[in-house]
Design a protein around this ligand. Structure first.
Ligand code: ADP
Ligand code: ADP
Length: 228
C-alpha cells in the first residue's frame, strides 16, 4: 500500500533527515513511527503527501509512484492529523467536518449527515457538539474533530503526527482507546508518529523504531519489546 524504496531526504542546509529508507506498509495496517526528536519521523510522513520531496529514492502508493501524482489529488487520498489541529475558527464543529467533502463535490446536506456520523464515531455527540465552535472545545475534543475531519473524505491512508501529543495523559489514553476502536471499524492504512514508546506499543500493528534517519527495527510490538 505504502512503499519506500531507498528514500533519502537532505535539506538545503545539508541535514540528512532520512537516509536510504526502505519499508512497506500493508493496506489496513497501523504502523507507529517511534524515536527521539529529530530522527526523521515527520520528514518521512511529509514525503508521503508531498509536503516534502525526497532528494533520492521513490515512494509508491498502491503501486503508483507518487512523484507523478498531482499533490492536490494525492491529499484527497491521504488524511493528515497533526499535534495541534488547525480547525476553521469561524465554522462550527459540524461544518469543520463537512467542509472538505463539500468542496470535493458532495452535496452540503449529505456532507453534513456524514459529518454527524463521523463525530459520533470519534466520540463527540453531534447534537451536543456539532453546533459549537472550536474555541468552545477542550484540547482533546479538538483533536477528535481533527480526526473526524481527516476521515471525512474517506481517504484510504491516514498520516497522524503526534495527534494526541498535546493533551494530558488521562485524556491521551482515552483518545488512544477510542482511536483503536475506530480503526477496527474503518481499517485505514495508518502511519502514526509518536515519541512515546508506550503509545507506539499500544496502537501499532507494527512499530518502526527510528535511529538517526534510519529504521533500526520494524516489527510487531511483542518482538520490539523482546518477548520470546
Ligand atoms: P522528528 O519528526 O523525528 O522529530 P524531523 O523529521 O522533524 O524529525 O527532523 C529530522 C531532522 O531534519 C532534524 O535534524 C531536523 O532538525 C531536520 N530538519 C527538519 N526540517 C528541516 C528543514 N526544513 N530544514 C533543515 N533541517 C530540517
Ligand atoms: P477532554 O477530556 O475531551 O479533553 P475536558 O476534560 O478537557 O475534555 O473537558 C471536560 C468538559 O468541559 C467537556 O465536556 C468540554 O466540552 C467542556 N469544556 C472544556 N473547555 C470548554 C470551553 N472552553 N467551553 C465550553 N466547554 C468546555
Amino acid at each position: 500500500m505504502i512503499r519506500f524504496e531507498h528514500v533519502t531526504k537532505r535539506y538545503a542546509d545539508g541535514t540528512t533527515a532520512v537516509d536510504d529508507l526502505s519499508f512497506e506498509v500493508a493496506a489496513g495496517e497501523l504502523v507507529t513511527l517511534v524515536g527521539p526528536s529529530g530522527c526523521g519521523k515527520t520528514t518521512t510522513m511529509k514525503m508521503v503527501n508531498r509536503l516534502i520531496e525526497p532528494t533520492d529514492g521513490r515512494i509508491f502508493l498502491d503501486g503508483e509512484d507518487i512523484s507523478g501524482v498531482d499533490p492536490v489529488e494525492l491529499r484527497r487520498r491521504i488524511g493528515y492529523v497533526i499535534q495541534q489541529v488547525g480547525l476553521f475558527p469561524h465554522k462550527t464543529v459540524l461544518d469543520n467536518t463537512a467542509t472538505v467533502p463539500h468542496l470535493l463535490g458532495v452535496k452540503k446536506s449529505e456532507a453534513r449527515l456524514r459529518a454527524a456520523e463521523l463525530l459520533d464515531l470519534v466520540g463527540l455527540d453531534p447534537k451536543v457538539y456539532g453546533s459549537r465552535y472550536p474555541e468552545q472545545l477542550s484540547g482533546g475534543q479538538r483533536q477528535r474533530v481533527g480526526v473526524a475531519r481527516a476521515l471525512a473524505a474517506d481517504p484510504p491512508v491516514l498520516l497522524m503526527d503526534e495527534p494526541f501529543g498535546a493533551v494530558d495523559p488521562v485524556v491521551r489514553e482515552r483518545l488512544q482507546n477510542e482511536f483503536l476502536k475506530l480503526q477496527s471499524q474503518v481499517r485505514k492504512t495508518v502511519l502514526f508518529v509518536t515519541h512515546d514508546i508506550e503509545e507506539a506499543v499500544r496502537l501499532g500493528d507494527r512499530i518502526a523504531v527510528y535511529g538517526q534517519g534510519t529504521i533500526e527495527q520494524f516489527d510487531a510490538p511483542a518482538v520490539v519489546l523482546g518477548a520470546p
